[in-house]
Design a protein around this ligand. Structure first.
Ligand code: GAL
Length: 660
């Protein structure tokens, strides 16, 4: 990322699709980009058919002119490999490149993403065009970053995929006996007697074997990763100094980004908050923290967001004035070194003709474009933030494999979900301006004062032991319900649950008891709160019951001093206010405070986060908000000096650096 921001400051720009426009428009694009402070554009994402109009042909002339134009304007290019959307000729001539859904139906061209990750023909054709692209633009002065494919996430149930799945399973299990054992195929007469019988989890009369399904999700993520890596390797070999990324989609279930991020030079993400959802600011902050976690703390790139409304929800709300700036600065505050959009100029045709863009159909003399221009210029004032870290003393553990395993059919309740739990535990931290690193279960935890595990349904012995050691060594741990339930084969860990965490939690349970409505709970001091959806029949084994299910004497929240540390277990889904109380107590155990002085509560809707020596305050609320500032500070955005208190208008942002 340093290589990208050096001499440029924060990156600002978006997807640029000049192939949709006559060339005379390009000159206007460049002028307007310069006026808006654009310094990075993503080019070529969907240009396969344009570059290769028929099999084997190459038409790079137009792209040469685009690249030269950008070089002349000193706008860096994030050049995409065009492999996300093959031309129709690929599907027509080689129908086996087209993906097949779980019902066995082939999906056709006419949209995008119509390719099978395990198709040898797709892979060969994709690598051929990537190779020529890399050879052609290696050393081009505009080339700054490679953008591989787009939003990887497809899967396919065709015979080629089934064969690849079997190969993956053979590698994992060695022989069929081991697979039968891992999948528990004595259940429902599912035993496989030869490899040819093993298929992808195609549509079946009733619930699919959960371990087959889990392995399938692992395989799909790996198969796509293999496609990404093959392209990346071609690019690295030809342009070893040009960083490579592919755009993620936040908490996107199909792809295990922990295994992907290590294969990238820069982590980048696409983020489209729903303007009408009051939880969007916290959800977005969580996604940004995840991106920082994926990059092991390094700056990341907001590759796509919308300047106004999207067009793929049923009802698409525009962003009110100021929202574009607020959301962009939120990403910067949480570690992004660049804030980019889909897309530069709004399309006139195609499926996204009603999607907003930095330059609307109505032209540059518009409210929206004026905001874009002002924001692009303003970002220059934050150039010194580029490269700075966001320090956090709290970690939240999130695991894709556990997510997949949890959300199989046939569990006690389908209302307990991994991403919902993650957000629920994140919100009270966000509300207090406590910075959080999102980390995988295998992360080194000893540097954190507090580790929160909202749900870890699937856990390996090793990761459970690491959590136990973390507390023994003095850490504070909070574990949410239905954790530690299955092993990596998705087999139930027998005995009282959560068996691998029983020692550290000082408690164990014997029954999961979902509830249809709310249940009343009581803190030890008598104050009551409600919980919902989920309860567990637990017994303390050394832990103290800090809350119980009212009238039952059964613990609902447990706190256990263990070794040098403290472990909390939450055997239900508390209402938000109760989870906030619990979080405050765990923060006190860990001696962690938020970004504003003396643990002061932030006004509702105000976000506070430190990046380097800059304290960002963002008002997502509809009312002005007054916030205490820890020391005299200068607002890098306005030049004003704040001392004691600062008042933020709705959607206002301050970037405060200690003054003097
Ligand atoms: C992204 C995608 C872009 C564009 C955008 C619209 O998912 O990468 O190509 O489709 O959404 O919001």
């Amino acid at each position: 990322m340093n290589r990208l921001t050096r001499g440029r400051g924060l990156l600002f720009g978006g997807d640029y699709n000049p192939e949709q426009w006559p060339e005379h428009v390009w000159a206007e694009d460049v002028e307007l980009m310069k006026a808006a402070g654009v310094n990075l554009v993503t080019v070529g994402v969907f240009s396969w058919a344009r570059i290769e109009p028929e099999p084997g042909a190459r038409d790079f002339g137009w792209l040469d002119r685009v690249m030269d134009l950008m070089a002349g304007a000193e706008i860096a290019v994030d050049l995409a490999t065009p492999t996300a959307s093959p031309p129709p000729w690929l599907g027509r001539r080689w129908p086996r490149t087209l993906p097949v859904d779980e019902s066995g139906h082939r999906l056709w061209y006419g949209s995008r993403n119509q390719w099978c990750p395990s198709s040898p023909v797709y892979r060969e054709r994709a690598l051929a065009i990537v190779t020529d692209l890399a050879d052609r633009y290696a050393g081009h002065p505009a080339l700054a970053l490679w953008h591989v494919g787009n939003e990887y996430g497809q899967f396919c149930h065709c015979d080629d995929s089934a064969a690849a799945f079997r190969g993956w399973l053979q590698h994992r299990y060695g022989d069929l006996d081991a697979l039968n054992e891992a999948w528990g195929t004595t259940f429902w007469s599912q035993r496989y007697s030869e490899w040819a019988e093993v298929v992808t989890p195609r549509r079946a009369p009733y619930m699919i074997n959960p371990t087959q399904s889990l392995d399938w999700q692992r395989f799909c993520s790996d198969a796509l990763l293999a496609c990404y890596r093959a392209e990346r390797d071609v690019l690295r070999e030809r342009t070893p100094d040009t960083p490579v990324t592919t755009n993620f989609m936040g908490l996107f279930k199909p792809v295990d980004y922990w295994s992907w991020a290590v294969e990238e030079d820069v982590v980048s993400n696409d983020c489209y908050p729903e303007p009408g959802d009051p939880l969007s600011p916290a959800r977005t902050a969580l996604t940004h923290d995840l991106m920082r976690g994926l990059g092991r703390g390094r700056p990341w790139l907001l590759m796509e967001q919308s300047a106004g409304a999207v067009n793929w929800r049923p009802h698409n709300l525009p962003k009110p004035p100021g929202q574009l700036r607020l959301e962009s600065l939120q990403a910067v505050a949480r570690g992004a070194d660049g804030s980019c959009y889909f897309q530069w100029r709004a399309s006139r045709f195609g499926a996204e003709r009603f999607h907003s863009a930095m330059l609307p159909h109505a032209g540059p003399d518009t409210r929206l474009h004026a905001e874009v221009r002002a924001h692009g210029q303003e970002l220059r004032k934050l150039a010194s933030v580029a490269g700075q870290a966001v320090p956090a003393r709290v970690a939240m553990v999130f695991c894709w494999e556990s997510w997949w395993a949890l959300e199989e059919r046939g569990r006690p309740s389908d209302r307990l979900n991994a991403a919902d739990q993650l957000l629920a535990y994140y919100v009270p931290l966000w509300e207090r301006g406590v910075s959080v690193d999102v980390v995988p279960p295998s992360a080194e935890l000893s540097g954190y004062a507090l580790v929160v595990v909202p749900n870890l349904f699937l856990v390996s012995d090793r990761d459970a032991a690491a959590l136990t050691d973390y507390v023994r060594g003095g850490g504070v741990l909070v574990v949410g319900p239905f954790s530690g339930v299955v092993d990596p084969r998705a087999h139930i860990r027998t005995g009282r649950f959560p068996s691998p965490l029983r020692e550290v939690l000082g408690a164990s349970g014997e029954e999961w008891q979902p509830v249809s409505g709310e249940v009343r709970c009581r803190w030890a001091d008598g104050a009551e709160f409600t919980a919902h959806t989920w309860t567990e029949l637990m017994a303390a084994e050394g832990a103290e019951a800090v809350a119980e299910f009212a009238g039952s004497g059964r613990p609902a929240v447990l706190r256990h001093r263990f070794g040098q540390g403290v472990a909390w277990y939450v055997a239900t889904i508390p209402e938000p206010a109760a989870l906030a109380d619990l979080t405050a107590r765990a923060l006190a155990d860990a001696d962690v405070r938020g970004a504003v002085p003396d643990g002061a509560r932030l006004p509702p809707g105000v976000e506070a986060v430190r990046r380097g020596d800059v304290l960002f305050l963002l008002n997502h609320g509809a009312e002005p908000a007054t916030v205490p500032v820890p020391e005299p500070a200068e607002d890098l955005l306005t030049g004003a000096v704040a001392d004691g208190l600062i008042t933020l208008a709705p959607r206002a942002v301050a970037a405060l650096r200690p003054h003097g």
